[in-house]
Design a protein around this ligand. Structure first.
Ligand code: UT7
Length: 333
């Protein structure tokens, strides 16, 4: 990574291609409820749909790792952008389910894409990870440190799930989404907002770690769902208003809201507060479940590929998750 001269600095970073990938194994709520019943855990399609909006999720087969999903999404984004992997000079992967403790999944993605030398690193901000990664890539592009970045959200969250805990295991899924972000003098990312409040570390966490050759502590996901719900609803509205103000825009300027896909009730509440109709809310939580850092780029790619999102549309992307972390990006597609 080398800094270019100030005169050559681009005004914006801009998304020039999107891609995504879902593992082939799709489990409907009914499929999952049947598997859980065999363990003596009771749930139902009705409960899951009513409380979350989730109808299905995808789980990666054993042996499929985070970087596999990330590379598939990255290749799709590169193809959509009409760029070769060799054009990439920065790789950021947002994930909480990396292939290894180290090296980063981004370095493994770089190796699998067959490119070498450019900086590659992971961002760990749980479900806000893609928003954090996009904001970091934007800053590196606008300061001349990179010109063409791959920004990826990729997760195999199924690996962290406790299938004896019905309050969490029905919520999450696996997948990846990616964008190619390039230096541009046309808009572009207009503004971003990133936040964290470490006082809430304990309400959503996977508290295990690796030490002395063993997994130490509990390596399964824990969540106080109602506490997360309450915090999420508040911070998402605040972040939306802050990022709009920063860009000198109002809610009337938003063509599509692409929030983190955790719970349809949280997403609809944000849309209502911003006075956005249902047609402006991109929803994939029904088919993907909560894919953590992958959920926003997955939803973005779905809406780009089905023709809803077109060049010039203004998009509000919002993430919230463990940490507690949250953030928003306003961009012109
Ligand atoms: O990705 C990061 C961000 N994460 C989120 O945004 C998640 C935020 N939280 C949520 O989405 C919701 O809090 C949940 C979907 C996790 C839970 O929904 P809720 O409406 O807050 O339900 P609850 O936790 O208050 O539980 C209500 C009832 C309880 O039974 P009782 O105590 O009322 O008898 C639970 O035991 O629902 C029960 N329950 C279930 N029942 C059937 C909890 N999980 C299930 C289940 N199936 N899977």
């Amino acid at each position: 990574m080398t800094a270019s001269s100030t005169s050559a600095l681009p005004r914006f970073s801009r998304i020039v291609g999107t891609g995504s990938h879902l593992p082939s194994q799709r489990l409907s709520n009914t499929d999952l409820a049947r598997e859980l019943a065999e363990r003596g855990i009771q749930t139902s399609d009705e409960w899951i749909v009513e409380r979350t909006g989730i109808r299905a999720r995808h789980f990666a087969d054993a042996g499929v790792v985070c970087s596999d999903l990330a590379v598939a999404a990255a290749r799709a984004a590169l193809q959509a952008a009409g760029r070769e992997a060799a054009a990439i000079d920065l790789i950021i992967v947002a994930t909480s389910t990396p292939d290894m403790v180290f090296p980063s999944t981004a370095c493994i993605v770089q190796q699998k894409l067959g490119v070498h030398g450019c900086p590659a690193f992971d961002v760990q901000a749980v479900c806000s990870g893609f928003i954090y990664a996009l904001a970091v890539a934007d800053a590196l592009i606008r300061t001349g440190s990179a010109r063409c970045a791959l920004v990826i959200g990729s997760e195999v969250f199924s690996r962290l799930l406790d299938f004896n805990d019905r309050t969490t295991c029905v919520l999450f899924g696996d997948g990846a989404g990616a964008v190619v972000l390039e230096a541009s003098n046309e808009p572009g990312l207009l503004a971003s907002e990133l936040h964290a409040d470490g006082r809430h570390v304990g309400i959503l966490c996977t508290p295990g770690t690796v030490a002395g050759g063993k997994a130490i502590g509990d390596p399964l996901l824990k969540m106080d769902g109602p506490a997360v719900f309450k915090l999420a609803v508040g911070v998402l509205e605040d972040a939306a208003r802050a990022v709009l103000a920063k860009a000198g825009k109002t809610e009337a300027d938003i063509d599509f809201l692409i929030p983190h896909q955790a719970n349809i009730r949280i997403m609809q509440s944000t849309a209502r507060k911003l006075k956005l109709g249902a047609d402006k809310l991109v929803v994939t939580v029904d088919e993907h479940g909560n894919t953590s850092a992958a959920s926003i780029p997955l939803a973005l790619d779905v809406a780009v590929r089905d023709g809803r999102i077109r060049r010039g549309h203004r998009l509000l992307l919002e993430g919230v998750g463990g940490g507690f972390t949250w953030g928003a990006v306003l961009l012109e597609f």
